[in-house]
Design a protein around this ligand. Structure first.
Ligand code: FMN
Length: 412
């Protein structure tokens, strides 16, 4: 169940996960991941307001159910930039999957392939692009780029990725330096497992580096011209990841971006940045009305099928998940990643049936109300922390005045 890389314990679990909801995995992953690794994943920047609000803000939007639609058997198939996918849920780029499972990105890619989902792999991956290629052949996958100050390095990453069957790039523009992440400071987190691209290039620089050290070698002055430079090296789609306002979306599209990811890096960069779902409608409106309509991905705080539904209805074409799949990887390897995607699919299909949406395209025309209040973060009534003992016994029944107060009855 565990193997060790220079003393760092790595899960080797491979199993389907049985969950009631995704939040349970965060709790369980704590017991299989080393503390520093777990908090590196789970935490956000500063007070973690944006991290929390990403999920909470989905409550600003309500799905209006539809009746008498005569529809049954909704379907999740969708297309994205020519790729045929079995789900609108995609795997976001996350650094260093080896902190969750010894098979790292190989298992993530396998899980995504089994679920028919798009997989985006980080520049800070542990496994090489060639290893991923031999594990999953021509599965749908993109490479994420953290641009280095050194364009020889960037060229190497771009060329090797394309050669290994990665058919496009996510250019990350919202993490030019690391957000102020207190958890990493408290645990002294450093990447415990080698990062493949850095081995090849820099003789092992990667392993043992802190997040801040890694960011220090990446480019801080990313501008529109970099999109063009990437395309000069490889003529494949470049999606700009980390857009939070319509102006930046327009800037990206105007300089050749083939898509945008509305993202705040999972609340790990600017604490106080808006929740992604709150800014999606404005960005989608601007993108729809420009000459060159490009696809939109939303990520950040997506934990429910209803979140996926809302994001699609508000203008996204795909919806990304980050932390939850990494917990799935820790708890169940490739099958764990697949289980996470399938759990969201299951919940999404219920919402589709109850709104009369037969296809993903139908969701894009579904009725969503916007009531701008922040409902309390409501955990599921089936969350273990609030689950009542069952079966009901004499001992757990309310009696006397307490019972009367609840039922409204009077003894007199
Ligand atoms: C541990 C961790 C590492 C990440 N590493 C990267 C990365 O290497 N490149 C990148 O573009 N985004 C990275 N992200 C951001 C994710 O791609 C994504 O935007 C975010 O996780 C989505 O939010 P969620 O975790 O709430 O689903 C990382 C996020 C986490 C949690």
């Amino acid at each position: 169940m565990t193997t060790y890389y220079k003393g760092f314990p790595q899960s080797t679990r491979e199993e389907k996960l049985h969950m009631v909801n995704l939040d349970e995995l965060e709790h369980e992953a704590k017991y299989v991941m080393p503390e520093a690794a777990y908090y590196y994943v789970a935490s956000g920047a500063e007070n973690e307001w944006t991290w929390r609000n990403n999920t909470q803000a989905f409550n600003h939007f309500q799905i209006v159910p539809r009746a008498l639609t005569g529809m049954q058997n909704p379907e999740l198939n969708t297309e994205f930039l020519g790729m045929k996918l079995k789900t609108p849920v995609m795997i976001c780029p996350i650094a260093c999957h080896g902190i969750a499972n010894a098979e790292a990105e190989i298992d993530t890619a396998k899980g995504a392939k089994a679920a028919g989902a798009l997989f985006a792999m980080s520049t800070y991956a542990n496994k090489s692009v060639q290893e991923v290629q031999s594990a999953v052949g021509d599965s749908p996958r993109f490479m994420q780029l953290y641009l280095s100050k050194n364009w020889d390095f960037n060229k190497m990453v771009i060329e090797e990725s394309v050669k290994a069957g990665f058919t496009g790039f996510f250019l990350t523009v919202d993490a030019l330096v690391s957000g102020y992440r207190e958890a990493n400071l408290r645990t002294n987190f450093t990447y415990p497992v080698p990062l493949a691209f850095f081995n090849e290039w820099n003789g092992g620089k990667g392993e043992g580096q802190s997040v801040a050290q890694m960011y220090a070698s990446s480019a801080q002055n990313i501008g529109p011209d970099d999109i063009r430079k990437i395309k000069e090296i490889a003529d494949v789609p470049v999606i700009v990841k980390g857009v939070e306002c319509a102006e930046d979306a327009m800037l990206a599209i105007g300089t050749g971006a083939d898509g945008i990811v509305v993202s705040n890096h999972g609340g790990r960069e600017v604490d106080g940045a808006p929740a992604t779902i709150d800014v999606l409608p404005e960005i989608a409106k601007a993108v729809r009305s420009c000459d060159h309509r490009v696809p939109i991905i939303l990520d950040g705080g997506v934990r429910r099928g209803s979140h996926v539904f809302k994001a699609l209805a508000l203008g996204a074409d795909l919806v990304g998940i980050g932390r939850p799949f990494l917990y799935g990887l820790a708890l169940g390897g490739a099958q764990g990643v697949q289980s996470v995607i399938e759990q969201l699919n299951k919940e999404l299909l219920i919402d589709m049936q109850l709104t009369g949406c037969k296809t993903i395209e139908d969701i894009k025309h579904a009725k969503i109300d916007h009531i701008n209040y922040s409902a309390d973060w409501g955990i599921s009534s089936t969350s273990r922390s609030v689950m009542k003992p069952y079966p009901v016994t004499k001992e757990n029944q309310l009696t006397g005045e307490a019972a009367d107060a609840v039922s409204g009855a009077s003894r007199h």
